[in-house]
Structures are given as C-alpha cells and as structure tokens.
Write a protein that binds this ligand. Structure first.
Ligand code: UT7
Length: 381
C-alpha cells in the first residue's frame, strides 16, 4: 500500500443517526399490495426507519455530524469544509450544509450540498479528500443524509418497500501518516437519467397543482433496469479503484457497498470473488437510504470493530444520474478510540448551545440593522 510519505486525508471521526420509528415489512404489506416474503426475498430488507414529523435531513445530519466531531475531538469552530450529500435537502436553497454550518457554529467553514443520487456520499468523500490532499483544507466534515420518506410514493409498491431515512458522517483530517483515502473512481451516464428520477419540482416541471395531482413529486424508478446497471457498475468501479492503488480485489479487508438490494450486493460480491465475511451490510435494518447508506454502514462497521489499522476498505455506490463511485481507503486509526472525558462532552454541548444563541443573535441583528437602514433612508428622502 501507500509506502511513501504524502499528505493524505485520513478518517478521524464517524457518526450515524437513524430515526427511532421502525417501519416493518408487515406494516407495508398492509399499506400496498405486497408481502413480507416478497420484500425480504427480492430485496433483503426487513425494516427501515422513517423520520418523525419534527425531523429533517438537516436535523438528522447534525446528529451524525456531532457524533463524528466528538470521535475526532474536533472543535466545530475549526471545521473548514462541510459537504452534505443529499437528494432530499431541507430546501432547494439554502443548502442543508449551510443549515448544518450554522447549527454547529462552524464559523470557519465553507459549506455546500452535493447531489449525485445514491452515489452522493462517495462523490463528496472524494471531493473533500482531494481538496485536503491539494492543501486547500486541513479538515472536512462529509455527511450523507436523506429523508426519502418525504419523496416516497407510499401507494407505489415498486418503490415504497425500498427506501428509508437516516444520516452518516465522517471527519477527514490531513496528515502525512500512511493510508487514508487512497483513490476514488467517479462515473456517470446521464443517458439513463430517466430510469430513476423525481420528475417535478425542478425547472422543467415546476410545482403546480397538476404536478401534485399526477404524483410527480415522488420517486419514479424502473427498478429492473437500475438493477441491471447496478450489477454491472458495482464490480467494475470496485475493480478500477483497487487497480488504481496497485492492489487486488483479494486485498480488500472490508467492502462497504451501497445498501440498495441484497441481490445486487450478492451479485457484485460473487463477480468480484470477495468472501462474504469481508462484506458489510445493514440493509435488512435500514433499507436503501441513498446518500446516507455508505456512511451509515461504514460508521456501523467501524463501531462493530470490523476494521483494523492497515485494512483496505472499499466503498462503492450507484444510483440516480445514472452515476456511480468507488473509493479505496487504508484505515489508519488505532481502534477502539478512547471515550472522550465528560468535561469535553459537556464543553461541546455548551458550544452547540452558544452556536444557537449566536445564530439567533445574528438574525435579530440583521433584522434590526435592515429596519434602521430603512428608517435612515426614509429620513434622507
Ligand atoms: O439506490 C439505487 C436505487 N434503486 C435500486 O437500487 C433499485 C434496483 N432494483 C431493484 O432493487 C429491484 O428491481 C426491485 C426490488 C425494485 C424489484 O425487484 P425485481 O426482482 O427486479 O422485480 P421486477 O421489477 O422484475 O418485478 C417483478 C414482479 C412484477 O410483477 P409482474 O409484472 O411480473 O406481474 C412487479 O409488479 O414483481 C412485482 N412487484 C412486486 N410484487 C410484490 C414489484 N414490486 C413489488 C412488491 N411486492 N413490492
């Protein structure tokens, strides 16, 4: 693996969040014309999580982000870059990343959302790692978060059995130790865009009462075609990224694929010849959480002690776009990470409260300032 000393982006923190509400296959079979057996056999999913009415992509991503910052022992005020990969942002704009930046009190950070379908997180990780290696930033918070339940047509059995909500986050930090994010492969084939899309709400079909009546604000998918595409690109991208770092598929210690369908994962793993004990899946419990799927799975794998210093981890993803991505990481952190002292946890919580007060104060000040200026202009006239 990477022997020479070079500036690299290392994972120093990870976190995940899943809403508490569990939606089982049994419940779904009472909502649409499906059965527990069909869902389990054709997808491998047993249950998924659904965000509460008070939860959003930003609120879930914040929980994952805070957990990741805690592990990395990184002060939120020192975070330099925040990327949120999502197809279900809180708003079209402002970005969810900016909402997170404000709530975290990450006053030194640039922030933006990245949309690359279910591959969004792996794309974001690649972008952040490359910016760190280039010397532009010393650290980055990379989040994948989705509230797919808000764009799922709960009367469409072709899609509603698949998706779930959640968030995962990683902290990347620069250092010259061995390992870190070694390489990434990013791919796209826009000719397949129609296979998986949210037809309305963009500039082609802005929201109207007709688009709502026609259920155009929900996920539309040709599952069979997406399946075929996924079964092809997942092994291909994995092989490419491993070759890029001069290694072989046999060197992969942990494969973390996008958690979309157990059959897609099995087919890719079989094609690659990766032993099942080197593959991490949590699909049965969370379903397909799009951009959140890889970071949620990776964070869970790390928490379960599935990685060790020196291990080659490959994360690979595919989805709307069509787009796909894979990244190779050499794990560089000794595990387990010691629990932070209580005072530090308390201090971090205090910082988040302060961030909220500061945000409130800035909004108030902006409003007062605008009113004063209007009054001033009135006097001038
Ligand atoms: O993150 C990337 C996003 N998407 C994906 O990764 C999805 C990729 N595709 C898939 O995972 C699978 O194609 C599905 C799970 C969506 C569908 O499984 P499939 O084995 O490819 O089924 P199919 O689409 O070929 O449909 C087979 C039958 C159809 O009935 P007919 O036409 O044969 O009578 C469907 O109407 O299964 C029917 N069907 C269902 N039956 C019961 C489709 N959905 C359901 C359902 N319950 N929920």
């Amino acid at each position: 693996m990477a022997n020479e000393l070079r500036r690299a982006a290392h994972i120093s923190g990870w976190g995940r969040y899943a809403p508490t509400r569990v939606l089982t296959n049994d419940e779904l079979s009472r909502m649409v014309d499906t059965s527990e057996e069909w869902i389990q056999q054709r997808t491998g999913i047993l249950e998924r999580r659904v965000a509460g009415s008070d939860e959003t992509t930003a609120s879930m991503s914040l929980r994952a982000a805070r957990a990741a910052l805690d592990v990395a022992e990184l002060d939120p005020r020192k975070v330099q870059l925040i990327i949120v990969a999502t197809v279900t942002p809180d708003y079209v704009f402002p970005s969810t990343a900016c909402l997170d930046q404000d709530a975290l009190g990450a006053r030194s950070a640039g922030a933006f959302d990245l949309s690359a379908g279910c591959s969004g997180f792996v794309y974001a990780l690649s972008v952040a790692a490359d910016l760190i290696v280039a010397g532009r930033y010393d650290n980055a918070l990379v989040i994948g978060a989705e509230t797919l339940s808000r764009i799922t047509d709960w009367s469409d059995r072709n899609t509603c059995v698949l998706f779930g909500d959640g968030a995962g986050a990683l902290v990347l930090q620069a250092n010259e130790a061995r390992g870190g994010v070694l390489a990434s492969v990013l791919g796209a084939d826009g000719s397949g865009g129609d296979l998986l899309k949210l037809p309305a709400g963009g500039s082609v079909h802005p929201a109207t009462s007709e688009t709502v009546d026609q259920r155009q604000h929900y996920i539309h998918m040709d599952g069979r075609e997406v399946f075929r595409f996924a079964a092809r690109v997942l092994p291909k991208a994995t092989r490419q990224v491993v070759e890029q770092v001069g290694l072989k598929v046999e060197d992969i210690a942990l494969f973390v694929p996008h958690q979309a369908n157990g059959r897609i994962i099995q087919s890719a793993v079989k094609a690659l010849g990766i032993p099942p004990d080197r593959v991490f899946t949590n699909l049965a419990r969370y379903g397909n959480t799009s951009s959140a799927s890889v970071p949620m799975a990776l964070a869970e794998a790390i928490d379960e002690g599935r990685v060790q210093k020196g291990d080659l981890i490959v994360c690979a993803s595919f989805g709307a776009g069509l787009a796909w991505a894979a990244t190779a990481i050499e794990w560089s952190l000794p595990l387990p990470v010691p629990e932070p002292p209580r005072w530090r946890i308390f201090w971090r919580r205090t910082l988040y409260h302060l961030a909220r007060i500061q945000s409130w104060w800035r909004r108030l000040w902006r409003r007062a300032d605008a009113r004063l200026r209007r009054l001033g202009e009135g006097e001038d006239e």
